[in-house]
Design a binder for this molecule. Structure first.
Ligand code: SF4
Ligand code: SF4
Length: 346
């Protein structure tokens, strides 16, 4: 069966046929951001997560409710962060209750920092599997490996393949040697700067602060066709990041904020369920979201100028222009340009 035919199946049917790694490309993803706290401080982190964030994660009641809401979207559902494994007991309780109502998340995302030995790695994977989780996404790049020992990433991958099957492990099969090379790049500023220039993440959140300065500014008119978060350059508009059918990823955070990958709050899951937000379209009752939908960061730039923002001659990237003007506008529009964690480093 080709991908076009698979698209007509439910996410559960797609996962059963091709596994999670392929299913996320076909059905897209939606996640519960378990916490803004993380074990590490990656320089490319769009959500600005850090060990210094307050010690809090989503409540039990909200976690079960939000996963239930996410499960109604027919997307591949995962628990993301921050690093959710910092709150393992809380995560287990939420996954247990979700599984009881037939709504277990499909997989979880991790930086592997908790994989300190074989026993804990195997035990946790098996426990989560027994609660309905079918796989895992394990990060690996110079930003993560600057902090996470390569041996832990390797262990995380090997046990994940053993327990979930390769088709359900969203991660590169990297050797210890390759992981040490990523670590070498991540820990050396000159190499990291070069890596960031050659493989630029979206310069938003911590990436907007720590990595954007490594890239050269370009004139405003040159930025319009820059790729958005998941490709799909469409001129000035950022429609594909806010269209419920097209957006690659939807997140609900511990406060119920519904977000894209941009650091723009498009709704709140406490107000009404996610699927109702999606049915009406995120841009229809929020003028700031509509501005991005129609004219992207160029609309925000015009708005910021009205509040006294002095534009630079250029910015390295369309998303970085967006970040810089949203940082300026954040105090005036806290509900949409939020939450505070993304806009304030610790
Ligand atoms: S990118 Fe992921 S692992 Fe890195 S700081 Fe952010 S949440 Fe943590
Ligand atoms: S320019 Fe802004 S709204 Fe558009 S994709 Fe980038 S971060 Fe999102």
């Amino acid at each position: 069966m080709n991908n076009t035919n698979l698209h007509s199946l439910s996410v559960d049917e797609v996962i059963a046929q091709v596994g999670i790694a392929q299913a996320i490309e076909i059905k897209y993803v939606a996640s519960l951001l378990f916490s803004y706290r993380c074990t590490i401080t990656c320089k490319h982190c769009l959500f600005n997560c850090s060990p210094k964030r307050p010690d809090m994660c989503v409540s039990f009641e909200d976690g079960v409710e939000f996963i239930h809401q996410l499960r109604q979207t027919d997307r591949a559902i995962h628990i993301a962060g921050g690093e959710a494994m910092m709150y393992y007991d809380e995560m287990l309780a939420i996954c247990f209750a979700s599984n009881e109502i037939g709504a277990a998340p499909h997989f979880f995302e991790t930086n592997a920092s908790w994989c300190v030995d074989d026993d804990v790695t195997r035990k946790r994977y098996k426990e989560l599997k027994s609660l309905g989780l079918m796989g895992v996404l394990i990060s690996a790049d110079p930003y993560h490996q600057a902090f996470v020992p390569p041996e832990r990433r390797l262990r995380a991958f090997q046990w994940a393949v053993e327990i979930y099957g390769r088709e359900n492990v969203v991660a590169g099969d990297l050797s210890l040697e390759q992981l040490y090379e990523l670590r070498r790049i991540g820990r050396d500023e000159a190499h990291l700067a070069e890596y960031s220039r050659n493989h630029p993440p979206r310069f938003v959140g911590r990436a907007g602060e720590d990595l954007a300065p490594f890239s050269l500014d370009r004139p405003l008119e040159d930025l319009a066709n820059d790729a958005l978060w998941h490709g799909g350059s469409v001129g000035k508009s950022c429609r594909s990041e806010f269209d419920p059918d097209e957006m690659w990823e939807i997140h609900i955070d511990p406060y119920g904020n519904i977000q894209t990958c941009c650091g723009i709050v498009v709704g709140n899951a406490h107000e009404k369920p996610l699927t109702e937000w999606m049915a009406s379209g995120f841009h229809t009752d929020n003028e700031l979201v509509n501005m991005a939908y129609q004219r992207g960061p160029y609309a925000y730039l015009d708005l910021a100028k009205e509040y006294g923002y002095q534009p630079r001659d250029g910015y390295p990237q369309k998303c970085n222009l967006c970040w810089e003007v949203r940082k300026f506008l954040h105090p005036y529009f806290l509900e949409t340009f939020g939450p505070a964690e993304i806009y304030h480093s610790v």
